[in-house]
Ligand binder design. Structure first.
Ligand code: ACM
Ligand code: ZN
Length: 685
C-alpha cells in the first residue's frame, strides 16, 4: 500500500485535473487531483486502521463509527484498508484539514487533529456512493469555523429522534453547528427543573398549527388539557442529543430568547413582566431583579446541559412597549444613567453577557444586541442585512452571518404558486449559493466566524416540511461555509464559485437523499425565477417621469421615482428592490407623464400578494387619462381577485380601450383587509 502511494505521488501531474465535478463531492474540497484512472472503492465493511496517538484515536473512533465504518485495529499491513495516520509536514495541512489519498489498493487519510480525520472520513463516505473511483489525492480544510443551521422548535415542535436524524444529515455535509431556537412566544421547549410551569404550561397550546394559534387568542394550555399541542425536551434527552451530535462533529447551540419573544414565559410567570399580567407583555421587565434571578437560574441549567462555548440569548425584535411606563424600568434607567429603552436593552444584554462570561461562556445574539459595551468576547448573529456587519465591525465583534435575504430557509425556495404556503420571500438555492462574505471581511478575516441557514417554523408544521425546506438549501450553506476564506479574497483571480457546477452536484445529492426517504425538495422540478423579472419590459412609458400623488414607503423605495417606468419587473419577492411598496392611506396613486399627447390603448400593472407579511392585492386599479394634466377622465377600473390564495404572489390588473392622453393616472387603493400594496411597473401601450 505504501509503495503504491509513493508511485502515485511521483506522477500526479500525469492525470492532474479538477476531478471534483464528476465525483459529486459536496462541499467541494479545496484541491482534488486524479492520480490514476482506477482507484479502490471502499465500503463501510472496509477495515479502518488507526495508526494514531491514543488521544486522537479515542476521538476518531466514535466519529468513524458514527459514519458507519468498522474500526479494526492498528494493523498497517492489511490490504484494501483505510489507514488513518498523523500528517507529515509535506502534507502541508491547515487546522482541521486532511489529505486523502486513494489508489487501487486502499486509502490513507492524514490529519493533525480529530476534526481533520472526521472530515477526511466524511469525504470518503461520500466517495463510497460513486459507482467507480479514480485514484485520488485530495487536500482539504474548512474555510469558516461556524457552519450552522438553526431549527425553530418553538413555533412547531419536533421529536428528539427527528432532530438526531437532522444531525446525521447535516454532519454529512460538514455542517458543525445546530442552533436550537428553544423558546419563543409559541412555546417553551426545554425542561428547567427550577421552573416547572415552563414545561407544564408554557410548552403547550390549544392549536396545533402556529397560524391557527396566532389568529386565535395566542393562549397556552395545561400539558394534560385535551388536545393540547406542544412538547419539550427533557434535560436527559438534550444531554443525549448533545453527545450524539458531538460524535458527529456538531455542537448544539441553545437559544433562550430575551428580553422579547417571551410571551410564553410571562404567561407562566407573569411577575417577570412590567405589569405582572399574563397575556399582556412579550418582554421581560429589566427593572425587576427577579427577572435576572430567573434568567440566571435558567441559564445555569442551560449551561449544565449544553457545553457549547456560545449561548444564544436571542435579543431580536423586543418591542419594549411596557418599559417607558414601568416604575421599576424607569428607576433602573435613572440609576444606571440610561437615556432610553434602547440603552435599557443594552444594559440587559450586557448584564446577561457578564453572567455568561463569569461561567466561562460567551454570549451570542441577533444583531439587535449591538450596543456599545457588550463583553469583549460576545458575538453577533447578523440577520437583518449586511449593514449590521459594519456596526458589528465598528465594535470589534466577531459574527455569524445569516442575512434573511440569503439564509432564511423559511422563505419560498421556488415560485410560490408551486409550493405549500410559506412565510413569503424568495430564497432559491441559487440565492443561498450567491452570497459572498469575502469582500466584507478581506481586511479583518478573523471577525467572520461563520454563516448559518435559519429555519423559522411559523409555516412549517411537520417534519416532512422541515426536510423539504432544509434540503437542498442546506447544501449551499454547507458549501458556502466550507469554501469561504476572506483571507484569500485579495488573491482571488476567478469567481470563487460556479453555481452550475454546484447545482449538478446538488441534484445528485437530492436524488440520493430522496431515495433514502429524506423529504428533500425535488430540485429537478424547480420552476425558477419569475419570467417577467428576467427581461426588461418595453412600453410607451419607459423612462417617463412619474409624479407620486401619494408617496411610496421609504422602507420599500426600490429605485425611487424611476421604479415604475424603468422597464424592470420584480421577482417572486416584494423585497427584491424591484417592487415598490405603498402604505399611505391612498396606497398607489401616481401620474405618468408621456411627454406628449399619444394614443393610449392599454394600461396595466402587476401587484404582489404575501399575506404572511400583510402585503395584499389592492381592491382594484383605476385608470384616468388627461391631455393637459389638469382634467382627468376615468376610463376604467379592474378589480383584484378577492379570494386569492396565499400562494398566488402576483396578479395583473389592466384597462384596455382607446384614448388620447399625455398624462396617465393610476390608483390602487387597499382592499378590505388593508395591508401594503406593492407594484413594480406601470405598463402603458
Ligand atoms: C429574527 O428573524 N427575528 C431573528
Ligand atoms: Zn419594567
Amino acid at each position: 500500500m505504501k509503495r503504491t502511494l509513493l508511485l502515485t505521488l511521483a506522477f500526479p501531474a500525469l492525470l492532474s485535473a479538477a476531478a471534483g465535478d464528476d465525483l459529486g463531492l459536496l462541499p467541494e474540497p479545496k484541491r482534488v487531483v486524479r492520480t490514476a484512472a482506477v482507484g479502490f472503492r471502499p465500503t463501510t465493511a472496509t477495515p479502518l486502521v488507526l495508526q494514531l496517538p491514543d488521544d486522537v484515536a479515542a476521538a476518531v473512533r466514535p466519529a468513524a463509527r458514527a459514519l458507519g465504518f468498522s474500526v479494526s485495529g492498528t494493523d498497517a499491513a492489511a490490504g484494501g484498508a483505510v489507514m488513518l495516520r498523523p500528517s507529515a509536514p509535506a502534507d502541508s495541512l491547515r487546522p482541521h484539514g486532511y489529505r486523502l489519498r486513494l489508489d487501487a489498493e486502499g486509502a490513507v487519510i492524514a490529519a493533525s487533529d480529530a476534526e481533520g480525520f472526521r472530515y477526511g472520513l466524511t469525504t470518503l463516505r461520500q466517495l463510497m456512493d460513486s459507482d467507480s473511483l479514480p485514484a485520488l489525492d485530495i487536500h482539504d480544510y474548512p474555510g469558516l469555523e461556524w457552519r450552522g443551521v438553526m431549527l425553530d422548535v418553538s413555533r412547531h415542535f419536533s421529536s428528539v429522534d427527528f432532530v438526531r436524524r437532522q444531525v446525521d444529515l447535516l454532519a454529512r455535509y460538514k455542517i458543525n453547528r445546530l442552533h436550537l431556537h428553544l423558546t419563543d412566544g409559541a412555546g417553551w421547549r426545554m425542561e428547567v427543573k427550577r421552573y416547572p410551569r415552563l414545561t407544564q404550561f408554557a410548552a403547550w397550546r390549544p392549536q396545533a398549527k402556529w397560524k391557527d394559534w396566532w389568529n386565535a387568542d395566542r393562549h397556552y394550555a395545561e400539558h394534560d388539557a385535551p388536545g393540547a399541542y406542544g412538547g419539550y425536551y427533557t434535560q436527559d434527552e438534550l444531554r443525549d442529543l448533545v453527545a450524539y451530535a458531538a460524535e458527529r462533529g456538531v455542537t448544539v447551540v441553545p437559544e433562550i430568547e430575551m428580553p422579547g419573544h417571551s410571551e410564553e414565559v410571562l404567561a407562566a410567570y407573569p411577575e417577570l413582566s412590567c405589569t405582572h399580567e399574563p397575556y399582556k407583555q412579550a418582554d421581560f421587565c429589566p427593572g425587576n431583579e427577579e427577572t435576572f434571578r430567573f434568567l440566571e437560574n435558567v441559564l445555569t441549567e442551560v449551561m449544565d446541559v449544553f457545553p457549547s462555548p456560545y449561548i444564544h440569548i436571542g435579543g431580536d425584535e423586543a418591542a419594549k412597549a411596557s418599559w417607558p411606563s414601568c416604575p421599576l424600568c424607569q428607576q433602573r434607567m435613572k440609576e444606571e444613567g440610561l437615556a432610553d429603552v434602547e440603552q435599557l436593552q443594552g444594559y440587559f444584554v450586557r448584564r446577561i453577557g457578564r453572567f455568561l462570561e463569569s461561567h466561562g461562556r460567551h454570549l451570542i445574539g441577533w444583531d439587535e444586541i449591538l450596543s456599545d459595551s457588550l463583553p469583549r468576547q460576545a458575538a453577533v448573529m447578523v440577520w437583518r442585512d449586511t449593514a449590521y456587519v459594519k456596526r458589528a465591525l465598528a465594535q470589534g465583534k466577531r459574527m455569524v452571518l445569516a442575512p434573511a435575504a440569503y439564509f432564511y430557509l423559511d422563505y419560498y425556495q421556488d415560485a410560490p404558486h408551486t409550493q405549500p404556503e410559506a412565510i413569503g420571500g424568495y430564497v432559491p438555492l441559487e440565492k443561498v449559493y450567491s452570497f459572498d462574505a469575502e469582500p466584507m471581511f478581506a481586511d479583518c478575516p478573523d471577525k467572520l466566524m461563520g454563516i448559518q441557514g435559519n429555519l423559522w417554523r411559523e409555516y412549517i408544521p411537520t417534519d416532512a416540511d422541515v426536510e423539504r425546506m432544509l434540503y437542498p438549501r442546506v447544501l449551499a450553506v454547507a458549501e458556502q461555509g466550507w469554501t469561504t476564506e476572506p483571507a484569500r479574497y485579495r488573491q482571488r483571480t476567478a469567481p470563487r464559485k460556479d453555481y452550475a457546477d454546484f447545482r449538478r452536484r446538488a441534484l445528485r445529492h437530492v436524488e440520493a437523499l430522496r431515495t433514502e426517504g429524506v423529504q428533500a425538495f425535488d430540485l429537478g422540478r424547480e420552476t425558477g425565477r419569475r419570467p417577467e423579472s428576467q427581461t426588461p419590459v418595453d412600453h410607451m412609458g419607459v423612462g417617463c417621469a412619474v409624479t407620486y400623488n401619494a408617496p411610496f414607503s421609504p422602507y420599500y423605495p426600490a429605485a425611487g421615482a424611476a421604479t415604475l417606468t424603468d422597464g424592470r419587473r420584480g421577482d417572486w419577492t416584494y423585497g427584491d428592490g424591484a417592487w415598490q411598496g405603498f402604505i399611505s392611506r391612498e396606497r398607489l396613486d401616481v401620474t405618468v407623464d408621456l411627454g406628449r399627447v399619444r394614443t393610449v390603448k392599454e394600461v396595466s400593472a402587476d401587484f404582489f400578494n404575501a399575506p404572511g407579511a400583510e402585503v395584499l392585492f389592492p381592491v382594484g386599479m383605476e385608470v384616468e387619462l388627461s391631455v393637459d394634466g389638469r382634467e382627468f377622465t376615468a376610463v376604467g377600473r379592474d378589480d383584484a381577485p378577492a379570494d386569492a390564495p396565499a400562494t398566488q404572489p402576483v396578479c395583473t390588473l389592466a384597462w384596455r380601450g382607446e384614448g388620447r392622453a399625455r398624462y396617465v393616472r393610476v390608483k390602487a387603493p387597499a382592499g378590505p383587509s388593508g395591508g401594503w400594496v406593492f407594484t413594480d411597473e406601470i405598463v402603458i401601450r
